[in-house]
Write a protein that binds this ligand. Structure first.
Ligand code: GRF
Length: 201
């Protein structure tokens, strides 16, 4: 059994980012690094632009592709993340559900950014679903990851208006502008207190 990593409360936060796609949120996280937090590794489930962005920034990367056995993939994912000794894991457009092995190791230290105002419009199509429902306001939520899908405790939220004529792409782009600011603000406000995170926004 591995012992949890316990850095000093004042130390710069070590962040591992999980990505699956374009990585524009990852880019904002990379651009927002300062004395409060730094990205120590980027892990993806598929080769993607997010990995290329991390490599361009000189950050360690690893692609952990899923095979037939999901439980075994989760174990490999835990090892890939654990090797960087993160204080915080950010799921930033990571399109796979994190399994029980992952949560056993990182629950309470893993946060996700979701493109809707939870608890409304959970799941992989939060933008499309808000638009289809006729919502006039949607937005972005940063929350802790738990065993459910987008059900963990909410850390921060910001609203975004749905405009007449919006399609999924235009609305998602405006939400992403807000998501980028929110996730950077959350990371800058996060400190480690023993086994827990303290986030003072
Ligand atoms: C974000 O809207 C995130 O909330 C969602 O996927 C998008 C990722 O965008 N889960 P990008 O790959 O960072 O551009």
């Amino acid at each position: 059994m591995t012992t949890p990593h316990q850095p000093a409360a004042s130390a710069r936060l070590n962040v591992v980012v999980l990505v699956s796609g374009t990585g524009s949120l990852l880019q904002a996280i990379l651009d927002g690094q300062d004395e409060r937090y730094g990205v120590v590794k980027v892990v993806a489930d598929v080769p993607c632009q997010g990995i290329e962005r991390a490599q361009a920034a000189g950050i360690a990367t690893e692609v952990v592709e899923m095979g037939a056995d999901r439980a075994e993939w989760n174990k490999r994912l835990v090892a890939a993340v654990d090797s960087a000794q993160p204080d915080v894991v950010v799921s930033a457009g990571f399109m796979k559900i994190l399994g029980k092995d992952f949560l056993a190791r990182f629950e309470g230290r893993t946060i996700n950014t979701h493109p809707a105002l939870l608890p409304a419009f959970k799941g992989a199509h939060g933008v499309r679903d808000a638009l289809a429902y006729g919502a006039k306001v949607t937005g972005s939520t940063v929350h802790f990851v738990d065993a459910g899908v987008d059900t963990g405790a909410i850390i921060a939220q910001e609203p975004v208006r749905v405009l007449p004529g919006d399609d999924e792409a235009s609305l998602h782009e405006r939400i992403k502008v807000v998501e980028r600011e929110l996730i950077v603000a959350v990371l800058r406000a996060t400190r480690v207190k023993g086994e827990e995170l303290s986030i003072q926004l």
